[in-house]
Design a protein around this ligand. Structure first.
Ligand SMILES: [Zn+2]
Length: 84
């Protein structure tokens, strides 16, 4: 069996190959805006279970939690994060 045939897709966040049962969410052919390139694009993304769980945790508290998390980081950490 070819190595590629062992997997069904790959995670758009961590980049690891995954099987169907390891997929947390699929976004297929979603028409949206790429604000960086200022253009409309058709987006397809698959996320593994771990990355999908992280997305859910990061969105659970909304803007209030995001601002709190940001304020808890020191300035050096923020600079490092923005480089990535
Ligand atoms: Zn992942």
């Amino acid at each position: 069996m070819n190595e590629k045939d062992k997997y069904d897709t790959y995670c758009s966040i961590c980049g690891f190959p995954i099987k169907k049962e390891q997929v947390g969410i699929c976004i297929d052919d979603y028409y949206t805006v790429d604000f960086e390139d200022r253009s409309y694009i058709t987006l397809s993304m698959h996320l593994c279970l771990n990355c999908w769980e992280k997305v859910k945790l990061n969105t659970l508290g909304g803007m209030k939690k995001a601002i709190k998390k940001h304020n808890e980081m020191n300035a050096t950490d923020r600079k490092e994060m923005m480089k990535k």
